[in-house]
Design a protein around this ligand. Sequence first.
Ligand code: FES
Length: 120
Amino acid sequence: VLGKPESFAVGEISEEWKKSHKVIVVREEEGFYALRSSCTHLGCVPNWQAGQKKFKCFCHGSGFRLDGDNFEGPAPRPLERLKIFLNEEGELVVDTAVRFRKERGEWEREGAYLRFGSDA
Ligand code: FES
């Protein structure tokens, strides 16, 4: 449980749960998604580089865009997304056991993205 969705600012990229749960939470205008912070090359932990607007893996130099797409370095596929939803109390929850892989079309599935308006 990550807390109330209202506690995230639009545009926020939260690495608060990266160490404990390998989760990066991204809040954008239309909603939320959760990225698994494990490089798809060999599993190092990528870091958000605000200046370059990318997640950079320092192990072998893979880079990922904000949405998780890989675009440089040896990583063979995008970062995985994790199931994100609201519980009955209206709190944001990430289920790290449920993963979605873009190259399999799984980012389109329910749970890979949580619609949540900024005016809600
Ligand atoms: Fe990330 Fe190799 S583990 S680039």
